[in-house]
Each structure stands twice: as structure tokens, then as C-alpha cells.
Design a protein around this ligand. Structure first.
Ligand SMILES: [Zn+2]
Length: 216
């Protein structure tokens, strides 16, 4: 899941207007930003297994710290508390915590049963929508589209930068997504981990957008 997470982040702006879209993107991507670091440290593991699902060739062998429900809830609480310490905005802090947790719920729709409930000997869940290309595209673009609509209903560009940075990000994400789905299989797991860190760019891009847009 990629675009769906951004959909939640964009949509959350309508209920947490004081929160920068950069912070919302950080929250919805939070566990996917931890994951590549944990891969490089050898704490979590992924394998390339072409054909394991229709959409992605990745076999998520072990990712209990970034992607178990218990840990995602803990990350959500820490994220919300961290935000509250800086901004003292309880409602926004709760929404950000929920954004972190939403990641697991959206991943649950598409992943094979590989998402643990807690680290250790846990049952693993996943509805496996990645076995259907059409179903996956439908859900990704449904969330993405709704999120963009809510965001555009809530904010307006202050200037041209505010317009182009937003549409630039939406277009870039769509291109990357199609590249992931229809492009070549990644050659090795190290490159997956290093490329994964590039997602931090989207967080910075979000802050850039936010500074150039205002509430409607
Ligand atoms: Zn994820």
C-alpha cells in the first residue's frame, strides 16, 4: 500500500487543519520509514519472491517492530505524545496517533497473512488483496482520490508554489506507484532498504506544500 496511506494523510487535514501535511505524511508513513532502517540493521527481514502475490514480489519474512499491530499502536501513542509535547493540541495529537495506526489497517487489506499482532509467536493476518491487480488499484486510488478531494476542500494554494507542489507530489506518487507495480522486480533486498529511505523526501515535500497553502 502506498497511495492509500497518502490518501489518509491528505484526508486527515480536514479534521486536523492545524497540523502540517508534512507531519500527517510522516504519521501515515511512520512505520514504513522505520522499516528500511530496521532492514539495514538486520533486525527485520524481507525476501524477493517473484509471483508471491500478483502485485508485489516482496515476501515480508519478519517485521515485528515496524509492522505488528501492538508495536504500531505503541508507535502511534509515542507519535501522538511527541506531538502533544511540542504543540499541546490534544485533538491533533490523537488524530496523528490514529494516522500512524491507520497504516496497519490499510496494509491489512492488501498484504498476504504476514502482519503479526505482536512480536514473537503471533498469528499473522492479511486479506491478500495484492493477489488482485484490479482490486489493489481500486482500493489504492479510492483512498488516494478521497484524500485528495478532502484536502482540496480544506485548503487552497496561497501562490503558484502551493498549487504546483501539491499536484507535483500527487503526480509523482502516481508515477512511482505504477513503477512499483508494473516496473522491474527489485534486484536485491539492500536496494529495497536504501530506496525505502527516499520516502523521507515526501515528508519534506509535505512541509514545502503546507507553507504555500492555507485553509479555505
Ligand atoms: Zn507498511
Amino acid at each position: 500500500m502506498l497511495l492509500g496511506h497518502f490518501g489518509v494523510g491528505f484526508g486527515a487535514k480536514s479534521v486536523a487543519p492545524k497540523v502540517s501535511i508534512g507531519t500527517l505524511i510522516l504519521a501515515v508513513l511512520f512505520v514504513d520509514l522505520l522499516w528500511p532502517t530496521l532492514l539495514i540493521l538486520g533486525i527485520e527481514h524481507v525476501k524477493i519472491a517473484p509471483g508471491i502475490t500478483t502485485v508485489t514480489p516482496l515476501d515480508f519474512v519478519s517485521y515485528p517492530f515496524s509492522h505488528s499491530l501492538l508495536m504500531v499502536c505503541i508507535w502511534g501513542i509515542l507519535f501522538g505524545v511527541g506531538y502533544w509535547l511540542f504543540r499541546k493540541n490534544t485533538k491533533a495529537a490523537i488524530i496523528l496517533g490514529l494516522c500512524v495506526v491507520s497504516h496497519w489497517v490499510l496494509d491489512l487489506i492488501v498484504h498476504r497473512p504476514d502482519l503479526p499482532l505482536f512480536p514473537g509467536a503471533s498469528p499473522e493476518l492479511g486479506f491478500g488483496l495484492w493477489n488482485s491487480l484490479i482490486g489493489t488499484l481500486f482500493v489504492e486510488f479510492l483512498f488516494f482520490g478521497i484524500g485528495i478531494a478532502l484536502y482540496l476542500n480544506t485548503t487552497k494554494a496561497k501562490n503558484r508554489v502551493g498549487k504546483y507542489t501539491f499536484w507535483g507530489l500527487a503526480t509523482f506518487l502516481t508515477i512511482i506507484y505504477f513503477g512499483n507495480v508494473f516496473g522491474p522486480t527489485p534486484s536485491d533486498t539492500e536496494s529495497i532498504a536504501w530506496v525505502g529511505h527516499l520516502q523521507w523526501l515526501f515528508v519534506g515535500w509535505g512541509y514545502w506544500i503546507d507553507r504555500n497553502r492555507t485553509m479555505k
